[in-house]
Design a protein around this ligand. Structure first.
Ligand code: PXP
Length: 253
């Protein structure tokens, strides 16, 4: 198993959309495993892949390649299904983040209803934890969902930043501040309950700083923006710039 990432604010680079680009033409390139190695060199602590039920971007072979051919810690985003749990138990990634999944959605929309799914999630979480895999639940910064996550004894939660990020893109300053306040409050509640706090979805150079500055948050998960930005400046420079932006915000400079 790869070593645990050690930085105070870790960066998980999500490479799903490298696979989206590959799949658009049915070519063997660009290769997600190459992106994973490059991301690591550029400052990623973790490589994240979402193996969706319909395999629309990342495929089983991609997760296998990164898990078996590199020593980079892998975070496998997955739906709470027996198929995905079996894959995780076979590949033993460093971490799994359980996300809600609907076939019709363009991307993960909203957090997991942990409160409503307690009995469904409990045995899967136990199995993953018994195999030595860290488990995170992807949730909205809603106190009810945070408390329900703590009740399931997961080590980590990932707070959904998508709604906040959408407000920043729409230029709605008042809503941005309200949603940021929810993230700050949620991070505090989660950390107070002993959960390690991660955050992600929709983060860009412009909106990452306010999230990186929340002291309880120790890991950010970022993908789509970085792959888009790499069209203009390259994948490694985009990651380095993101890394520098979040690190600067974290130390308050
Ligand atoms: N975190 C989770 C749980 C996600 O599902 C995603 C998108 O796959 C991300 C983070 C990364 O979001 P984005 O690609 O918008 O940076």
């Amino acid at each position: 198993m790869p070593p645990e990432p050690k930085r105070p604010l870790r960066l998980g680079v999500n490479i799903d959309h490298v696979a989206t680009l590959r799949n658009a033409r049915g070519s063997p390139y660009p290769e997600p495993v190459r992106a994973a190695r490059l991301a690591r060199e550029a400052g990623a602590d973790i490589i994240t892949m979402h193996l969706r039920e319909d395999r629309r971007h990342i495929r089983d072979i991609d997760v296998e390649s990164v898990a078996r051919e590199t020593d980079i810690p892998v975070n496998l985003e997955m739906a709470a299904t027996p198929e995905m749990v079996a894959i995780a138990l076979r590949l033993k990634p460093y971490a799994c983040c359980i996300v809600p999944e609907r076939r019709q959605e363009v991307t993960t929309e909203g957090g997991l209803d942990v409160a409503g799914l307690h009995n469904h999630l409990a045995p899967m979480i136990d199995e993953l934890k018994r195999a030595g895999i860290r488990v995170a639940l992807f949730i909205d910064p809603d106190p009810r969902q945070i408390e329900a996550s703590a009740a399931l004894n997961v080590p980590d939660v990932e707070l959904h930043t998508g709604t906040y990020c959408d407000a920043t893109l729409e230029g709605d300053a008042a809503r941005t501040q309200l949603l940021l306040a929810d993230l700050r409050a949620g991070a505090k509640i989660a950390a107070g309950l002993g959960l390690e706090v991660h955050a992600g979805h929709g983060l860009t150079y412009e909106n990452v700083g306010a999230v990186a500055a929340i002291p309880e948050i120790v890991e950010l998960q970022i993908g789509h923006f970085l792959v888009g930005e790499s069209v203009f400046i390259g994948f490694a420079p985009a990651i380095r710039h993101m890394r520098a932006t979040m690190d600067r915000a974290r130390i308050g400079s």
